[in-house]
Design a protein around this ligand. Structure first.
Ligand code: AMP
Ligand code: FE
Ligand code: FE
Ligand code: ZN
Length: 278
C-alpha cells in the first residue's frame, strides 16, 4: 500500500477541506496520509474523523519554516497532537507572527502599486494559518496576476519586492520542542535549503546531532537521482526517510495526492520505519 506524508488542507494554504482531502486519499487507494498544514493542527480532528470513516490512517502533523545558516528550511513534524504542549503553544506565537506580517505586507504592496486589503486576503483563507498564498489569491482575484505562482515570482516570493520576513524558530529549537512533545521531525524538500551538492552530508550530520528523525527524500520536486542520494545519506547517518507529494489542491496545480507529478510512490513501509522511531 502507498501513503502520502506531506499534504496541505484549507486549514492552511491548500484548497480542499480536511474531510475532502481524506476522501481523495481513500479514493486514490492510499492507506495513510499525514496532514501537515503550515503552523497549525486545526484540521486534524476533522481529518481524523473522515479517516476513521474511510478506514485509512491519519497521522497528525504540521510544517514549520525554520532558520538555517544557508537559508530557510521547512521542517515537518509528525505525531504532534492538537492540545497543549511545548511546540503546540509555540504554534500560536508563530500564527501571531503571520498576522503581523500579513498586515505589514498588505500595507507594503499597496504602497508598491498592488492595492489589496486584509479583508480580501482573509476571504481567501478558510483556516487560522494565513499567509502569502492567500495574499497571492487576493491579488489574483483583483486581476493583478494570472495565478499564485506569478504573484510569488514577481512580488511575494523570498527576495522579491513585496517580501517581508516573519517570526520563525531556529532549527535546533524547533527540533527540541518537537522532541519534548514526543513528536518526530523530518526536513521537508531539502533542495530548497540552498545547499551545494557537497554540503548536504555536513548539514544533516549537524541536524542529526540536534535530534532530527528523518529526511524527506521522496518529494514531488525531487529528481529520482536526488531521492536516492538523500535516502542513502539518511542510511549513512542513521536517520529515517519520509516522502510525500506536498499536495495543496488547486494551490499547486499538477501535484497529485500520493503521486506528485506522476512518478512519486511512497510505500507504507516508510511510515512503519518512521513510527518505529517513536
Ligand atoms: P508563508 O508561509 O506565508 O511564508 O508562504 C509560504 C508558502 O507559500 C509555502 O509554504 C508554499 O506553500 C507557498 N509558495 C511558496 N512559493 C510559491 C510559489 N512560487 N507559488 C505558489 N506557492 C508558493
Ligand atoms: Fe504551502
Ligand atoms: Fe514546504
Ligand atoms: Zn508543504
Amino acid at each position: 500500500m502507498a501513503v502520502d506524508l506531506h499534504t496541505h488542507s484549507a486549514a492552511s494554504d491548500g484548497t480542499d477541506t480536511p474531510q475532502r482531502l481524506v476522501e481523495l486519499a481513500a479514493a486514490a487507494g492510499l492507506s495513510a496520509i499525514a496532514l501537515t498544514d503550515h503552523d497549525t493542527l486545526s484540521g486534524i480532528d476533522e481529518a481524523r474523523r473522515a479517516a476513521d470513516h474511510h478506514g485509512i490512517e491519519l497521522i497528525s502533523g504540521t510544517e514549520l519554516s525554520v532558520s538555517w545558516p544557508t537559508g530557510k528550511m521547512h521542517l515537518l513534524v509528525y505525531f504532534l497532537e492538537p492540545g497543549p504542549g511545548p511546540l503546540q503553544d509555540e504554534l500560536e506565537q508563530l500564527r501571531e507572527g503571520r498576522h503581523e506580517r500579513n498586515a505589514a505586507i498588505v500595507a507594503h504592496i499597496t504602497d508598491l502599486g498592488f492595492p489589496v486589503t486584509m479583508d480580501e486576503v482573509l476571504h481567501h483563507a478558510a483556516g487560522e494559518s494565513v499567509g502569502r498564498p492567500h495574499i497571492a489569491d487576493a491579488l489574483v482575484a483583483r486581476g493583478l496576476f494570472p495565478d499564485r505562482s506569478a504573484a510569488f515570482e514577481q512580488l511575494l516570493g523570498d527576495g522579491r519586492p513585496g517580501y517581508l520576513p516573519r517570526r520563525t524558530l531556529d532549527a535546533e529549537t524547533a527540533i527540541g520542542l518537537a522532541a519534548a512533545g514526543r513528536a518526530l521531525t523530518s526536513v521537508a524538500h531539502p533542495y530548497t535549503i540552498g545547499l551545494e551538492r557537497g554540503e548536504y552530508a555536513d548539514a544533516f550530520r549537524r541536524l542529526a546531532a540536534m535530534g532530527l528523525t528523518a529526511i524527506e527524500s521522496h518529494h514531488s520536486e525531487h529528481s529520482v537521482e536526488l531521492r536516492l542520494r538523500l535516502a542513502e545519506l539518511a542510511t549513512d547517518l542513521g536517520l529515517a526517510t519520509t516522502g510525500g507529494s506536498d499536495y495543496h489542491g488547486l494551490g499547486k496545480p499538477g501535484v497529485e495526492l500520493g503521486r506528485g507529478h506522476g512518478d512519486l510512490v511512497v510505500g507504507d513501509d516508510v511510515l512503519e520505519r518512521l513510527r518505529a522511531r517513536l
